[in-house]
Write a protein that binds this ligand. Structure first.
Ligand code: SAH
Ligand code: SF4
Ligand code: F3S
Length: 472
């Protein structure tokens, strides 16, 4: 690894952690059941799968519900204030629950733990927590767990290393669709965002490790892989001579896994070569999540995003030319400090101009330690709420319009679950990323089913099956 900022975890260290797992497993009075509560993005969801994998290796099984578990761990997010408050509220609530179950152990990990001042808070207000560790320390969880079982006081481990560990046990939540981390951390320092401070610098996994993981999943019959990174478009840049993201995607495409997805992309790093690979691949799905954040050049500049509206629209045009009908989604922040009514209007017009299949909208939330939190012109919450509502209304109109392009079209659905509305229906995702409901039952979950789209209900498409199945 040619990147001096990366701390690759050695095989010896991993062997040591495996010994801890065996030691915990052999303990007579260890916790028997666990429950993982996850907040935040796919990265965290995947980290939780790793935590569950390690807990299983240590002999624990998943509890039916949180409050009945012997060990509860909160994997937290701090990207916005509400994510953080929800997590802390639930941690505090569990202290009450423990009064009825005194042997319960409580742990907190994830991005929030890496925030400045968090160690002091844990050892003060949250002293009742048995174990807390940061994102860099995830691979040491078996050792920390062992120490927790032998400690009177809170066990706390936080550090700022950019660790990169391989071969951790994983207990995947879904059999048909699997997350694969291709890189960790972020170097972009968008002025509103705390992620680079809590997830460290960009570091890419070695291509051979990624390909080996994908191959194993392919042999196990996985239908879909989702490649994860804060900015997948810069994959490999830190590692020197290995493949870039476009090349990695091309190699994965050749493996025969039916569906390949990835997130997140940064518009400044979206290369022509990647667009070309999207256009010529067989299994990379025709969908793209391309966060724009704002439609105003001035706001984009102050957000430190390194592209302007024209460049963004150019990337959208190139994607649409290479992959006709591509499903396009984005993230938008309203009420960034100093955002004027006119600048917000630029965001509305951009949303109309692009025509997204879906938009994730957020009210700007100041994060301590980020440059934007100190910028003048913090916006009144009432104005922010009014803006986000207007944005959602505009997007709803565009979305309904966009969804009509599927009426009568053939699609394929990877079935994820039974429909909440009907006993004889299932739902899943089409190739373009939209939710589709079709007739079916439990046996269809995890399968890819050809359908024809027949209707449109709220934000979902309804479809009939083209495989003759679904009628028992
Ligand atoms: N790495 C990804 C995702 C980062 S977090 C990316 O670059 O897109 C996901 C989204 O949360 C961001 O795209 C942004 O829209 C939103 N977000 C991040 N920080 C925020 C903040 N301080 N306030 C409101 N929204 C924020
Ligand atoms: Fe945050 Fe920007 Fe990095 Fe995304 S690219 S994680 S928004 S700093
Ligand atoms: Fe949240 Fe951390 Fe993801 S802050 S959005 S869980 S990287």
């Amino acid at each position: 690894m040619s990147n001096p900022n990366v701390w690759p975890v050695s095989q010896e260290e991993m062997a040591e952690q495996r010994r801890y797992m065996a030691d915990v497993r052999a303990l007579a009075d260890r916790p028997q059941t666990y429950f993982v509560v996850t907040y935040g993005c796919q990265m965290n969801a995947h980290d939780s799968e790793t935590i569950a994998g390690m807990l299983r290796e240590m002999g624990l099984t998943e509890a039916v519900e949180r409050d009945a578990a012997d060990f509860v761990i909160f994997n937290t997010c701090c990207v916005r204030d509400n994510a953080e408050r929800r997590a802390l509220g639930n941690v505090t609530w569990l202290k009450e629950v423990r009064k009825r179950k005194p042997d319960m152990k409580i742990a907190v990990c994830g991005c929030m733990i890496q925030e400045p001042g968090m160690a002091e808070r844990i050892l003060g207000q949250y002293r009742f927590v048995n174990l807390a560790f940061g994102t860099a320390n995830l691979y040491r969880f078996p050792e920390l767990f062992w120490r927790m079982l032998h400690a009177e006081d809170t066990v706390l481990e936080i550090d700022a290393r950019n660790t990169l560990a391989e071969n951790l046990p994983v207990c995947r939540l879904r059999a048909e669709s699997a997350y694969i981390n291709i890189m960790y951390g972020c170097n972009n320092f968008c002025s509103f965002c705390i992620v680079p401070y809590v997830r460290g610098r960009e570091r890419s996994r070695r291509a051979e490790d990624i390909l080996r993981e994908a191959e194993k999943l392919a042999r196990g019959g996985v239908q879909e892989i989702m490649l994860l990174g804060q900015n997948v478009n810069s994959y490999g840049r830190d590692a020197g001579d290995g493949p870039d993201f476009a090349e990695l995607l091309r190699q994965l495409d050749g493996m025969g896994i039916p569906r390949i997805r990835f997130m997140t992309s940064h518009p400044k790093d979206l290369s022509d070569r990647l667009i070309e690979v999207m256009g010529t691949s067989r299994h990379v799905l025709p969908q793209f999540h391309l966060p724009v954040q704002s439609g105003s050049d001035e706001i984009l500049r102050r957000m430190n995003r390194h592209y302007d509206r024209a460049r963004y629209l150019d990337r959208v045009r190139a994607l649409r030319a290479a992959v006709p009908g591509i499903g396009l989604t984005t993230d938008i922040i309203v009420a960034f400090p100093g955002e004027t009514e006119e600048q917000f209007g630029d965001t509305l017009s951009l949303v109309r101009e692009v025509g997204y299949d879906s938009v994730f909208t957020f009210i700007y939330s100041p994060r301590v330690g980020t440059p934007a939190a100190k910028m003048p012109g913090q916006i009144d919450p009432a104005v922010a709420t009014e803006r986000i509502e207007r944005l959602i209304r505009v997007q709803d109109e565009c979305q309904q319009q966009r969804m009509r392009r599927f009426l009568g079209a053939e699609e394929e659905v990877l079935v994820e679950n039974l429909s909440r509305r009907s006993a004889e229906a299932v739902s899943g995702k089409g190739r373009h990323g939209l939710s589709i409901t079709l007739p079916g039952g439990a046996a269809d979950i995890g399968r890819i089913i050809p359908v024809r789209v027949t209707g449109l209900k709220n934000n979902t498409l309804t479809a009939e099956r083209l495989d003759g199945g679904g009628r028992e």
